[in-house]
Design a protein around this ligand. Sequence first.
Ligand SMILES: [Zn+2]
Ligand SMILES: [Zn+2]
Length: 344
Amino acid sequence: MLAYTYVRPGVFELKEKPLPQLQSDRDAIVKVTLCSICTSDLHIKHGSVPRAVSGITVGHEMVGIVEQVGSAVTKVRPGDRVTVNVETFCGECFFCQNGWVNNCTDPNGGWALGCRIDGGQAEYVRVPFADQGLDRIPDNVTDEQALFVGDVLATGYWAAQISEIKPEDTVLILGGGPTGLCTLQCVLLANPKRVILCDIDPARLAFVREHYPDVLTAGPEDLPEFVRANSDHGGADVVLEVAGAPETFRLAWECARPNAIVTIVALYDGPQTLPLPDMYGKNLIFKTGGVDGCNCHKTLELIAQGKLDTTPLITHTYPLADIEAAYDLFEHRRDGVIKVAVRC
Ligand SMILES: [Zn+2]
Ligand SMILES: [Zn+2]
């Protein structure tokens, strides 16, 4: 089968590989129908993910059809259409039991697919702990509608959930990329009084105004003043920092009102400064981390009910044979690309 492979830093190649086999009775083999490219894949390509193993098939955002299951798998059967979770988790350890699956203590736990074990930019993928990592797609939900459930949409849902958004809140989202847009949709589910989305790219702000006309948009310049003018208590009640740019951590806490929740979703390239003397007395609550991606069944339900729709994010579609061109477009953000779907 064809599999897009991390050869060495800077080099991905579409290679012919043998079909994956079941390695444990809790595994499933999934025939990938549609996959996507994530910014994390670019991080692997550029050698900034030290855990990434050379030779692995990349890709951790995909949907497909169950081909084969191990004898201990009970939740899915061959023929089921499924989403694949970005995270691998056992479902049994202390962290899994608390819903903190990002910190699953199993040796395979955390972000393994497409990083430490073969992922899904390929025709087939082996999914460990299939009862945890796969969710059946409802009949009225298409592959395109379900494509982001396991990764960027899971992140947006988790970020909105831990941010404790209330109806009277002004919510500020920093970053209008794919994860920022998924976060925006999940924030809107909580129905806060106002939502402000900030991005440096005017095209992204135009996309937000077109699809979410009730959302206020702003660039990073004079953002604290804009947020103060559009909130009831001198700043945002909740801030979600999804951008991860050099200045956005500072903007996140500067735009927050005293006692606000500031949720850091972004993955930064370097350490950030927490200037405690400057923020003394502001009594902020910081929440940080990587997604606990165990609510995929809930997001699939919301999609089936028409309450979440991430299909406008798919701006381009390529066949697997042309994945090189899809990467080139995505990496260089050409032609207004937001997300690319790759047909396998
Ligand atoms: Zn990702
Ligand atoms: Zn676990």
